[in-house]
Each structure stands twice: as structure tokens, then as C-alpha cells.
Write a protein that binds this ligand. Structure first.
Ligand SMILES: [Zn+2]
Length: 420
């Protein structure tokens, strides 16, 4: 796309490096804002978004969902604003960097000779934020108007679990008022030619198993020790199950990480001295469970393992998500069929997957709104949260054109019978 097609001011009034597409310059400006944990500069992001809202001439609402945690929403009102709206969601925060492992300053948005832009957030997910913005800018410049209202939402704290961001905001009256019918949120890059789309997520369960046992002196064969229960039953049961799931992933061609349960032993606690047999030992696991698993049955299995270890063995959850809502990808679903038809019209191949980790989409789906996780990046290695995260400028620019087609398609989904 030629820069002059968009008219003046497309890059937001910033001076662009010679010959660079103004959208790329805007992307790099945004990447330089240090919205990085543990102390994200959210004020810088809000100032940036204020400027964008002014350029796009869209009203922007700011809702402080928790102290210092603001959700911003730019609203492009539709010609039929009573219909359900389209949400374009993105988070403004990024995860920390280990600068010593980076080739370039992670907040300099350095662009190499191949056009690869290195920065924390280049994939996750500042690219998508700017792609939404530039697509809307182009559509407005072309004089196009949406039938359904389109909201661009910018949320904080996704990378620390969304508790002070989307999780709280979905219960806020201002969220309800948005009257959202369908949401787009982040996905992952695809190293090949296709694009990956996510229609569900695995549920994280963080569990600690407490194994009490007979204490005693370290010089004797004490019976019924905590360590025996911990190792021969609990750890073995969890890790045997882990092997089975790993095997399933490696032997079934259609399986992705999102289709299997991952199990990792992450903490072991207990003991006070070399010669004292402890009265309790604890072990913790990080489990990620796909929406296809019967969660009640799965917990019964855990209970059974504990029982086998000993009647006094107990467990507790630090985190136990039970929401198994998935977004329909059936051809008779009006949102999905519109989304997939628009992609097909652009010759894009889609690969449908369950998201292996967690995003804010889970909170959106939990309140009954269909959401697709989609970051239009193909031919790109998956580098989110990794060292040397980068995105090629051509892939980035292509993504703007993708949203330039997707937004009109979704905003034109005809009124449903219950909307009339
Ligand atoms: Zn993200």
C-alpha cells in the first residue's frame, strides 16, 4: 500500500525515516513506549491513544477499572447503532526483557536491512493495535461508514493475568453498554503460509498437594513418610499422566499443544534439616487443560491419586478456571462465516486452534461473547515473550490490509432476528 493513498497525517504527524511507510513509523513510535512490567508507563500509552483518537476524530472513553488501570475505548458509531457491535481488542502492556540476550535495545524498535523490526511487543501485541488503528484510518479516509458500531479497546495488565484489566472490566456497566456481538483479540504468529486463529483456550489449574507423614529421626526406617507418598504416588501419577499427554501430542498429526493437557511440576516444599524426617511435604503443578476435557472427571482422577497416596493427603488450588466456552467455527455461525469468507477472499488459509496459554479472550468468552484470537502474522516465527521478538514490516503492513477487509465485513453482518 502506497503511503500517499492514505492522505496527509496518516503517520500521526510524526516525521518518518526516509522512504518508510508512515504506518511502520507509527508502529515503531508505539513500540518505543515502555509499557513494560513490572511498572508499565501506561500514561505514555494513554497520551499516544489520545493523539490517535484526535486524528481519527473518534470519541474516546476512559474507564479506570482499578487505581491506575485505565481501559480506553474509541468508538466508531455505526449507521445502525442499536445493533450489536464489533470489538477490536488489544492490550497495551508487554512482558519484561532480558536485555543482555537481545541483539538490539528492546525498546528502540530497530529495523534491520531485511525490514525486521525488533522490539518487545512487536508480536505481542502492539502490531495488532496499530493495524486496527491504521485500518480504521484508511476506511475513514475512503469515506466508508460501518453499519454496526466498531469499538477499539485498549486494556492494561493482560500480561499479569488481566485481573485489573479485562477480568474486572467485563463486569463493569460500561462494558455492558458497549453491546458487543463479536470480538477480535490477539493470536499467535504462524511460521508457515497459513494464519492461525484461536477459538478457545485451555483452563489453567495451579494445584498444590499436601502429603503429611510420620516424622522421625533420619537414622531409622520410619514407616508412612511424607516423601514416600509424595514421590511414589503423587509425583509419579502426575508425571505418568504427563508422559501420556506428551505421547499423544507427538504421535497425532492433528494435535497441537492446545489439544492436550500439559502437566509441569513447578515447586516442591518440605523439610527442615538433614536428619529430621518431615511431617509434611508439598508439591505443586501447573496444569493446562483443553476445553474438550471433562473437568469434573479430571478432578475425580486427581482425588483418586491423592487417595491412593493416603487418606490424609489433600490438595488445594491457587487457580482453577472452569470456563469451557469456545467460539463457534461452524459455517452456519454468521460471525465465523463472515470472518472466514473475508479471509478466503484474500487467499488466506486459516488454521483453527485452541490457544495453548491464556489471553483476555477467556474473559470475553466467559460473559458469552464470541471471540476469535487472531494476530495476522504468517511466515513469522513465534517469538512472543522471547528474546529478539521481531516482526517484518511487510508482514505488518499486510495485516493492515487484512483488517481493512475484515472490519467492513464484520460490521456489515446483517441484523439477526432478535436485533430487529
Ligand atoms: Zn498478548
Amino acid at each position: 500500500m502506497l503511503p500517499d493513498k492514505d492522505g496527509p497525517g496518516v503517520g500521526g504527524g510524526q516525521s518518518s525515516p526516509e522512504g518508510e511507510d508512515p504506518s511502520v513509523s507509527l508502529f515503531r513510535d508505539y513500540l518505543r513506549l515502555k509499557t513494560v512490567h513490572p511498572e508499565p508507563d501506561y500514561d505514555a500509552a494513554l497520551r499516544f491513544l489520545d493523539r490517535i483518537a484526535e486524528e481519527l476524530q473518534l470519541p474516546m472513553k476512559k474507564i479506570e477499572v482499578c487505581p491506575g488501570r485505565v481501559v480506553s475505548i474509541m468508538t466508531w458509531e455505526g449507521t445502525n447503532p442499536s445493533l450489536k457491535s464489533i470489538l477490536l481488542n488489544s492490550h497495551t502492556d508487554v512482558v519484561p526483557v532480558f536485555q543482555e540476550h537481545w541483539k538490539y535495545d528492546a525498546f528502540s524498535a530497530f529495523k534491520d536491512a531485511e525490514g525486521n523490526i525488533y522490539a518487545r511487543g512487536s508480536q505481542d501485541m502492539k502490531c495488532v493495535t496499530i493495524q486496527y488503528i491504521q485500518a480504521v484510518r484508511r476506511l475513514k479516509a475512503e469515506g466508508w461508514k460501518p453499519m454496526r458500531t466498531v469499538h477499539l479497546m485498549f486494556v492494561p495488565d493482560e500480561e499479569v493475568g488481566g485481573h485489573k484489566g479485562m477480568e474486572t472490566f467485563v463486569k463493569h456497566p460500561e462494558f455492558q453498554k458497549l453491546n458487543i456481538g463479536f470480538a477480535l483479540d490477539e493470536g499467535l504468529a504462524n511460521p508457515g503460509e497459513p494464519f492461525t486463529v484461536f477459538y478457545g483456550e485451555r483452563n489453567p489449574w495451579w494445584i498444590t498437594v499436601h502429603c503429611p507423614g510420620s516424622p522421625g529421626h533420619g537414622s531409622r526406617f520410619v514407616e508412612n513418610t511424607a516423601a514416600e507418598k509424595l514421590v511414589s504416588v503423587i509425583i509419579n501419577s502426575f508425571l505418568d499422566f504427563r508422559e501420556k499427554e506428551k505421547h499423544r501430542l507427538n504421535t497425532s498429526e492433528c494435535f497441537t499443544l492446545g489439544d492436550v493437557t500439559t502437566v509441569n511440576m513447578t515447586m516442591v516444599k518440605g523439610g527442615v534439616a538433614y536428619n529430621v524426617i518431615p511431617a509434611e511435604m508439598d508439591v505443586s503443578f501447573d496444569l493446562r487443560i483443553p476445553p474438550t476435557v471433562n473437568l469434573q472427571e479430571f478432578e475425580r482422577q486427581i482425588k483418586q491419586w491423592c487417595k491412593e497416596a493416603g487418606e490424609d493427603v489433600t490438595y488445594e488450588f491457587a487457580q482453577k478456571h472452569m470456563n469451557q466456552n469456545v467460539t463457534s467455527t461452524e459455517e452456519n455461525d454468521p460471525w465465523w462465516s463472515t470472518f472466514s469468507a473475508a479471509c478466503k477472499a484474500m487467499n488466506m488459509t486459516l488454521e483453527k486452534e485452541i490457544f495453548p496459554a491464556a489471553t483476555d479472550s477467556r474473559f470475553i468468552r466467559a460473559v458469552g461473547i464470541p471471540a476469535i484470537g487472531f494476530s495476522p502474522m504468517n511466515r513469522t516465527p513465534i517469538l512472543l515473550h522471547d528474546h529478539n521478538e521481531y516482526l517484518n514490516e511487510q508482514v505488518f503492513l499486510k495485516g493492515i490490509s487484512v483488517y481493512e477487509r475484515l472490519i467492513p465485513a464484520l460490521a456489515s453482518v446483517p441484523a439477526f432476528p432478535d436485533e430487529a
